[in-house]
Structures are given as C-alpha cells and as structure tokens.
Design a protein around this ligand. Structure first.
Ligand code: ZN
Length: 165
C-alpha cells in the first residue's frame, strides 16, 4: 500500500466524470487570489467561481513572497488577471505568533531546528496585509493593469470581508 494510493483511487473516480477538456489557461473572471495554504479555505467555492475562472497562489499565511510577485506578473501580463485579492484568514497558524514562536513550536513538537527559516509569521494581520498589498501596488508590472485589494476570510462563518480597498 503506497502513501498516495487513496488519492490516486479518488482521482480515478474523479477523472471518469471529468468534462472540461480543452479549456485554455486564462483566468476568465480576471481574478487572482493569494491566500493561505490552510485546509479550511476552498478558494473557488468561497468566491462562487469554477474551472477557468481564477488563478490561485497559496502561501503560508497568504503572504506575498518573491515567487508570489512573479506569479502575479505572469497572471496579469499573460493570463488576463485584472483583480488581485490578498487574503488572510482567522485562526491562521502564521498569525499565532512571530517567527520565533513558530520556530519554538516546531522545536517543541518534533525537536527539529527550523531557526534558519524565515516564515514571515506575524500576529498583526492588517499590517502584514498592508505590506503585501503595497508590495504589489508598487510593482508597475502588476499594478498598471490590475486592481489590488486586501481581504479577510473567517474560517468559522465562511464570510469574506474587504479590509483594504
Ligand atoms: Zn493560515
């Protein structure tokens, strides 16, 4: 029994009824969402979107890293994205403390040393969201063709609110 067998079996069932062949890779709703890797966020469902609608970039905490900016540039320049949603959420592990706290939790849990890793954890979610929105707004390859907003998703109510207009 392989570690991924259950998932491959699930996928065989999925592919049997798959009916979206030949779709191009453009974001037909012009949307790119950057959000956390958290298991409670079903990105397309919370926005009422489906196949072919949106690009999604998932990072720890929904933070905008260098590779995230690269993804935004590709999406805006090549894939038709015109709206970028920088999205954080409630009860996020990456907002439960700073990097030192995350590193300590890892040490406490497994004994592993993650002290060389820069996680970007911070409890002040409005501040980090503003930093990330500003980072994209200052990049002309992104901002000249896209509107960028900051959003907060409540994992207990399913409600999305705009924090930064
Ligand atoms: Zn999170």
């Amino acid at each position: 029994m392989g570690a991924f067998d259950d998932l491959l079996a699930n996928n065989r069932a999925y592919a049997e009824t798959f009916d979206h062949p030949g779709l191009d890779s453009a974001a037909h709703s012009g949307v790119l969402m950057i959000t956390c890797m958290d298991t409670r966020i079903l990105t397309h469902e919370i926005l009422g979107l489906t196949f072919g609608d949106a690009n999604i970039i998932r990072t720890p905490g929904g933070r905008v890293a260098r590779s995230t900016v690269a993804g935004c540039i590709v999406a805006v320049q090549l894939l038709g994205v015109r709206r970028i949603m920088v999205t954080q959420h409630s009860r996020c592990a990456m907002a439960s403390g700073d990097d030192a706290a995350i590193i300590q939790r890892i040490r406490d849990t497994s004994g592993a040393d993650a002290s060389k890793i820069r996680f970007g954890a911070c409890p002040d979610q409005l501040r980090t969201m503003q930093t990330d929105v500003d980072r994209l707004r200052k990049n002309p390859l992104v901002a000249d063709q896209a509107t960028i907003g900051g959003f907060f998703y409540d994992v207990d109510t399913g409600r999305l609110t705009q924090w930064i207009k």
